[in-house]
Design a protein around this ligand. Structure first.
Ligand code: HEC
Length: 174
């Protein structure tokens, strides 16, 4: 009786052995492949990322360099005396100043033909630097015998840098 009851057991055991064999056959190589993939990816992947990053970085730097070089090429142009004559007339300088080259005979301010060169010496400045300062900041140096605060102090804002340079070139004769 006992042997009859025990008979089904070996059948189950054989099935279990087949199952374990199947597991072993499938899982062991799968695990080995998985470990190998993980192991090699870890090493090679890291090295490749560094190589890509290093080759990309110098390319970006080289591309940005010409932009900086191009922006630096902005030089201040020298004043144009002929253009300065037109500025002198349109700004109304002649209403207060005598200046033969402009056909002006104003008497409110100093005679730019005679007084200005002497005043530049007194101020210890070059003629062009003195004329430039006298136009932008009239009160920085007050010509002897003339009132302070009469010449407008707004020419530094109303005239462009080019107009100012042209005006200085015209008055200094350069
Ligand atoms: C409303 C009258 C007035 C106008 C307009 C005027 N100026 Fe004058 N300017 C003066 C007087 C007054 C002085 C003398 C006082 C001083 O040194 O600031 C003077 C001084 C100067 C000086 C210094 C001269 C020196 O020998 O010290 C220069 C250069 C000059 N003006 C240039 C100009 C120019 C250029 C303009 C036009 C953009 C102009 N001025 C417009 C009244 C005027």
């Amino acid at each position: 009786m006992a042997t009859h009851r025990n008979r089904p057991k070996p059948v189950i055991a054989v099935g279990e052995i087949l199952m374990w064999l199947l597991f072993t056959v499938l899982l062991v190589p799968a695990g080995a492949v998985g470990w190998a993939v993980g192991h090699y990816t870890g090493h090679h992947g890291g090295t490749r990322t560094v190589t890509v990053a290093t080759s990309a970085a110098p390319a970006t730097t080289t591309a940005a360099a010409p932009t900086t070089t191009a922006a630096a090429t902005t030089a201040a142009a020298a004043g144009n005396a002929a253009a300065g004559k037109a500025v002198f007339t349109s700004a109304g300088c002649g209403a207060c100043h005598t200046f033969k080259a402009a056909g002006a005979s104003g008497k409110v301010g100093p005679d730019l033909d005679t007084a200005t060169a002497a005043d530049a010496k007194t101020a210890g400045m070059s003629l062009s630097a003195f004329v430039d300062q006298s136009i932008v900041q009239p009160d920085a140096f007050i010509a002897k015998g003339f009132p302070k605060g009469v010449m407008p102090g707004t020419f530094g804002q109303s005239l462009s840098k080019t107009q100012l340079a042209d005006l200085v070139a015209f008055i200094t004769g350069k």
